[in-house]
Design a protein around this ligand. Sequence first.
Ligand SMILES: Nc1nc2c(c(=O)[nH]1)N[C@H]1C(S)=C(S)[C@@H](COP(=O)(O)OP(=O)(O)OC[C@H]3O[C@@H](n4cnc5c(N)ncnc54)[C@H](O)[C@@H]3O)O[C@H]1N2
Ligand code: MOO
Length: 405
Amino acid sequence: MPRSVAAHRQAVAELLTAAAARKGTLRLPLMDALGRVLAVDLHAPLSLPPFANSQMDGFAVRSADIPDGGARLRVAAPVPAGAAPEALKAGHAAPIMTGAMMPEGADAVVPIEKATPGTFPAPTDVDAEVELPTVEPGTYVRDCGSDIEKGALALASGTLLGPSQLGLLAALGLGEVETRQPLRVLLVTTGDEVLEPGTELTAGKIYDSNGTLLEASMRQAGLDVVRTGISGDQPGDLLAVLRQHLRNTEKPVDVIVSTGGVSKGAYEVVRLAMTGHPVEFLHVAMQPGGPQGLGTFEGTPFVGFPGNPVSCLVSFEMFLRPALSQVAGTPSPRPVLRVRLAADLTSPEGKHQVRRGTVVDGVVRMEGGAGSHLVHALARANALVQIPGDVTELAEGDEVEVWML
Ligand SMILES: Nc1nc2c(c(=O)[nH]1)N[C@H]1C(S)=C(S)[C@@H](COP(=O)(O)OP(=O)(O)OC[C@H]3O[C@@H](n4cnc5c(N)ncnc54)[C@H](O)[C@@H]3O)O[C@H]1N2
Ligand code: MOO
């Protein structure tokens, strides 16, 4: 009886719980923290904006100086961005640039486009005057702390640090940030037919797509990855490679992920190598990614993905990524949408099918067929299309769940 997708995801999460709990924190320069997870609640060390400033190039005024019909005001010394201006005298308007600090006493900005004349006077013109329309207090003023007040929670522990979050930390003047130490994955691809990209292709051989596909997925999900290179179909070779890396105390490994060698062939290297170790080989009611291995190898959690590249990606997205979110707080789940099918489709009964598709304007079009070797079609897709095991036929316009890649 195949295992359900949810049950296998839970089994992967349980396998990784102890390893995730052992991880500490790591203080990193901001750019090195891209894709990492914040380890602490972070409170703003200063207010943003740190001072009231102008949202427009224009004139800083005391709004009370300008009645309904407008007023003619004396032009004060200009306030460029970066300057600490003098207080604004009554009856005056100070030329002020976007981002420049509001002078004390000024409470509004009139944009230059609304001024007469509509250009700033030369700084040498000490007798200049300007005619301005009436303005509400606060107009085009970005108040101190209007984005965040000093001491308020800026980012909660567990936040994934992407460009926007790191930009906020930089705006708050922080050069470093406390991150969760990521789990380190030992990634091994297997198969006598598999060659490193960049080498010469000979008869019967193919290039290793899985290593790159999975390392990229794992890095994107905030994991550390150590690659072993390709292991051939001799179980002894695979065992030697794994043991060599597990002995490396400088880079201790938290989980091993292998690809290939888990199904029913005559030379299933991962199955053979794991004989006598507590690794279970089973079938999940999912396509692609049905054959799976799960257990421990000499105390280290072991996850064996099938060899087909699309099966590897689907296995990562369906099992490892969500399991990591659950146990390691790596908050990188895929955005889930409900969209309409561009065309009819069929799906095998009893298997949760994960098709690849392109979502545009709320409609999903399939990319390629169901085959798990279709890497070109995968590269065109922007979503995984989820078709539950009890659904065998869907019509154009029917709603389906998609996970955006
Ligand atoms: N009799 C059966 N045969 C197969 C079954 C089955 O249930 N009964 N399951 C099929 C399914 S589904 C899958 S998925 C694969 C899984 O096979 P393995 O995990 O044993 O993987 P391999 O046989 O080593 O490789 C499968 C496929 O993928 C290619 N491959 C392997 N590694 C790489 C790599 N690093 N980069 C690119 N491509 C790779 C390999 O050449 C094969 O074409 O088994 C089915 N068979
Ligand atoms: O499960 Mo296999 O991954 O269908 O190709």
